[in-house]
Design a protein around this ligand. Sequence first.
Ligand SMILES: [Zn+2]
Length: 180
Amino acid sequence: MICPGCGSAGVRAVPEICADHASIRDGLADRLAQSPGAPSGFDRCLHFVEGMVMAGMGVALAYSGLDNHKPLYTIGGSLLAVLLFVGTIVVVRGEGRERAVVEAGESRTDALWRSAYYCCGCASVFCPGGTPWQGLLTPEQFKKFMWTEAGHGKQLEEQFKDVDLPPGILTGPGGTQDHA
Ligand SMILES: [Zn+2]
């Protein structure tokens, strides 16, 4: 495969780059990321266990207050346990919603993202044959394209405000331009 921009043969599939440790280290994977990262099921499970362990410490404090006749420990420990328990549920549920939004967005952009190639010679992103989208994009344009398409446009960092997509490329759910 040859880059349509500079004719270089140094092209790699975007999903392959994003899975490559060297690209993750040098930041290229992040520049071509399909969507904002979201906590995995494992992270959420871990956060739940951490929260419950800390709530358990509050319960232990409350019990030690009962045993040692220190009502302040009992009240403080109980409050701490309740706060940590409720807080953990709120955080873990929020992470679940975040994950669901990212997964829904990824399913919308999957075909676009998987057909993209990156040229190491001129640092541009393209689809062989011009489908499903045409032309050369910079990694910044590509990321804005993917994120806007998936509905995460608002989460793009400040530096993407000035990145304009070529006219004609579809953006936003339903293919509407997010700005004129
Ligand atoms: Zn090139």
